[in-house]
Design a protein around this ligand. Sequence first.
Ligand code: TRH
Length: 373
Amino acid sequence: MPCITPTPRLRWDIFCRVIDNFGDLGVCWRLACNLAGHGQTVRLWADDVSALAWMAPQGSPGVEVRAWTTPLDMSGITPGEVLVEAFGCEIDAEFIAEYAKSLNRHTQKCAWINLEYLSAEGYAAGCHGLPSPVMSGPARGLIKHFFYPGFTMDTGGLLREPDLIARQTRFDRQAWLTGLGVPWGGERLVSLFCYEPAGLSDLLDSLAHGVQPTRLLVTDGRASAAVRAELINKNRHQPHWNRGEALSISYLPPLSQTDFDHLLWACDVNFVRGEDSLVRALWAGKPLVWHIYPQHDSAHEVKLDAFLDWLQAPTSLRAFHRGWNGLERPAPSLQDAPFAPENWQDCATQARASLLQQADLSTRLLNFIAKIL
Ligand code: TRH
């Protein structure tokens, strides 16, 4: 079992800027809760906390959420012992100046973490833990450290709650679906969380023509808007596309993060996107398809390939990902890249099992902080 080097109870300030979508806040919220679960006191600063109203309606003991305003309201605030800048956001100079002063006062070492995005590319292990001396401003002379989440032992790992597997084992999918008002008669369940994927029309056709009945559980927001738009298009141009009604669709309300996990546990196949939901789909251990966050310079293609390499994805899953993410022009046809989740279970099972052998991200972060303090 992975062990934690005894870490003092520390006060943490995690800073998060919401760029778009929910992933930045979603990751920071989970990190804050995981750390609080280890007895740490966490203040989460975010410039837009609105999504927490549905993502985490109950809050969490040990986590205080603060609005990250400009200028920053520092009244009554003493910086904690550990600073986390998530995803390259920059903490305000006045906060850093106070932090530097408190380090001097308490002759404490600097514990300032730059938490990076998740990637399976080789640079994550290469750069994980590297120091970055601050050359100017109120923090001159202090040292930040890079912390890279990742899929291997030589990175910062993945967020995972200590009780996750126990909760998953006890999970009752029929009861959960009933509670959500989803009518389920034993058909295959597929969750859909995506942006506007190139392969959406093909997927809907494939499910509609399948021999196995399928219920698509569509998450709120962009996924639901994309499906509704596609259905208008199909109903107009191919009114009989789902004539046998092999495909049924349920649109979901916004779920809490806890219920989002339940959704992934309930389904037989999970379509996920971004960063946090990908990790949660790995813990669910079902066949998964990733809609990667698109970047203008096509950096996402390399990132996707690195992930599929790590996953040891079979050829059919790799081909399906290219079509789903629109990475072929023209995208591979359904015959070339069919939806074949029965061939994708083994790699998902193996990935989950191998990840469970590794320590989770907050355990590794606590060990790292204990080393640098
Ligand atoms: O929302 P995302 O697309 O976020 C992305 C990524 O983080 C990406 O790396 C980043 O660069 C970009 O934003 C700006 O997908 P992600 O990362 O999966 O985050 C979604 C979060 O929303 C996750 O914590 C799960 C949560 N969620 C719920 O809690 N309830 C829901 O109903 C749904 C649909 C999602």
